[in-house]
Design a protein around this ligand. Structure first.
Ligand code: CAA
Length: 388
C-alpha cells in the first residue's frame, strides 16, 4: 500500500479581496463572488517564487528521518524560474535532502504535480523502504484587467509519498487522456498566460466526461463506490460544472453527498485562487480539514487532474484509519487567517515588480509583510540566492 503520508500547502501572506478588485475594474462583485465563486486571491511578493513557495510548503512536514529516506523530489510547475535548471535542485538544497536523491521538474500545465505523484507512487512501489517528495508550486498570472485576472493566485503543495501512508492510499487503476489543444498556454517569451476562456471550460468538462466513462469501464467502479470527488480547481465553480451532469440520473442522496463534499473542497481555493499544479491537492486538504465531512477510514475519493494543452487523469484513493490525526489543519488555517489584505495599488505594484535581469549583484527587497521561512534574497550575476 503506497500513497500520501503527509501533506501541506503554502500560500504567500498577502492577498487582494475580490470585491475590491471587482470595484476597481468596474465589474459587479457578484460576478466574482457568485458567478466565478472566488473571494480572495493570493498575491506573491517578489521575494516568493516557485522555489521558495515549494520549500515553504514542504519544510513543516519533513522530519530528519524523511530527509535521509527521500530518493526523489518531483516538482510540478508551469511557472518555474529557469529553462534549464530545475526548481527541484534548489528545493533539494534548501530542505537538506540526502545527496543521492534525484530532483527534477515536470511541466504539463496544471497536471504536472499529478505526473509527479504517479512517478513517486511507482518509485515507492518498487522501493518500499524509500520515500518521495512531490511538490506543485505556481504563480498564476493572466494580466491586469484581463478576464482571467480574477482566477489568478499563488501557492504550493507538498506531499510525502511512502509505503503504509498515514493519510491516503492511492489505488492502482488510473486513466489519462492527452489532447493537443490550445485552450490555455504560455509561450516562453510571455510572463502571462494566453487563454481561450470558454474553450478551456469546455475542454475541462469534456475531458472529465470522457475520462469518467473510460475509468468506469476499466475499473468497473461506479459512482456509488465514491464518497467524494476532488477536482483541479481553477476557480471554485469549475469542477461543479463537470460533476453535476454525471449526477443527473443518480440516487438523490448520493448526488447530494457528492455535491456537499465538493463544496467542502472549495474553501481554500475560494480564498487563495488558482495555484495551478497544487490546486487539486489543495482541494483535498480543504475537504479533509473541514469538520462537516462524514468521511472515514476506507472512504474512497475520486480525483480529476486537468492541465491545459491538455493532459487529464482520473485516479482514486482510499482514506487510511487515523488519517485525521495527520493533517495540519490548525497551522494551515492560522496561516490563511494571518494574511494581509492589499489595496488595489499595492496589488498592482506587486504584480508589476520584476527581478533585475543584468549581470549585477542585487539584494531583493523583502517587504515587511513577507515573513515566510524561505525567501529570495539576492540575484547575483543571474544566480538566484535564497535565504532562510
Ligand atoms: N452576478 C452573478 N453571476 C454573474 C454575474 C453577476 N453579476 N455576471 C456574470 N455572472 C456569471 C456568469 O453567468 C457565469 O456563470 P456560468 O459560468 O455559471 O455561466 C460566470 O459568472 C462567469 O461569467 P463569464 O463566463 O461571462 O466570465 P468571463 O467571460 O469573464 O470568463 C473565465 C470567465 C472563462 C473563467 C475567465 O475568468 C478565464 O478565462 N479564466 C482563466 C481560464 C480558466 O480558468 N479556465 C478554466 C478551465 S482551464 C483549467 O482548468 C486549467 C487552468 O487552471 C487554467
Amino acid at each position: 500500500m503506497v500513497g500520501i503520508d503527509k501533506i501541506n500547502f503554502y500560500t504567500p501572506n498577502t492577498y487582494i479581496d475580490l470585491v475590491t478588485l471587482a470595484e476597481a475594474r468596474g465589474i459587479d462583485p457578484d460576478k466574482f463572488i457568485i458567478g466565478i465563486g472566488q473571494s480572495k486571491m493570493s498575491v506573491p511578493p517578489i521575494s516568493q517564487d516557485t522555489v521558495t513557495m515549494g520549500a515553504n510548503a514542504a519544510f513543516p512536514i519533513l522530519e530528519k528521518a524523511d530527509l535521509e529516506l527521500i530518493d526523489l523530489i518531483v516538482v510540478g510547475t508551469e511557472s518555474g524560474i529557469d529553462e534549464s535548471k530545475s526548481v527541484g535542485t534548489f528545493i533539494h538544497d534548501l530542505l537538506g535532502v540526502q545527496p543521492f536523491a534525484k530532483a527534477v521538474e515536470i511541466k504539463q500545465a496544471c497536471y504536472g504535480a499529478t505526473a509527479g505523484l504517479m512517478m513517486a507512487v511507482d518509485y515507492v512501489r518498487l522501493h518500499p523502504d524509500r520515500k518521495a517528495l512531490v511538490i506543485g508550486s505556481d504563480i498564476s498570472r493572466y494580466g491586469l484587467a484581463t478576464s482571467g485576472e480574477v482566477t489568478q493566485g499563488a501557492g504550493a503543495i507538498a506531499m510525502v509519498i511512502s509505503s503504509n501512508p498515514r493519510i491516503l492510499e492511492i489505488e492502482g487503476e488510473t486513466v489519462a487522456l492527452t489532447q493537443n489543444i490550445f485552450d490555455f498556454w504560455r509561450p516562453n517569451y510571455s510572463d502571462t498566460a494566453i487563454v481561450d476562456g470558454k474553450f478551456s471550460n469546455e475542454a475541462y468538462i469534456s475531458s472529465f466526461h470522457t475520462l469518467w466513462e473510460e475509468f468506469m469501464r476499466r475499473t468497473e467502479l461506479k459512482l456509488s463506490d465514491f464518497d467524494a470527488f476532488c477536482f483541479h480547481m481553477p476557480y471554485t465553480k469549475m469542477g461543479k460544472k463537470a460533476l453535476l451532469p454525471i449526477l443527473e440520473n443518480e440516487d438523490k442522496d448520493l448526488a447530494n453527498q457528492l455535491i456537499f463534499n465538493y463544496d467542502l473542497g472549495t474553501h481554500y481555493t475560494r480564498h487563495i485562487g488558482n495555484i495551478y499544479t497544487g490546486s487539486l491537492y489543495l482541494s483535498l486538504m480543504s475537504l479533509l480539514n473541514n469538520p462537516d465531512h462524514k468521511l472515514t477510514a476506507k472512504s474512497r475519493i475520486g480525483f480529476f487532474s486537468y492541465g491545459s494543452g491538455a493532459v487529464a487523469e482520473i485516479f482514486s484513493g482510499v482514506l487510511v484509519p487515523g488519517f485525521e490525526k495527520h493533517l495540519l489543519k490548525k497551522e494551515q488555517e492560522e496561516h490563511l487567517e494571518s494574511r494581509i489584505s492589499l489595496s488595489i495599488d499595492e496589488y498592482e505594484a506587486l504584480f508589476n515588480e520584476t527581478i533585475p535581469k543584468d549581470d549585477g549583484i542585487h539584494t531583493i527587497n523583502r517587504s515587511k509583510t513577507d515573513n515566510s521561512l524561505f525567501y529570495l534574497k539576492e540575484i547575483n550575476e543571474h544566480k538566484r540566492i535564497y535565504g532562510k
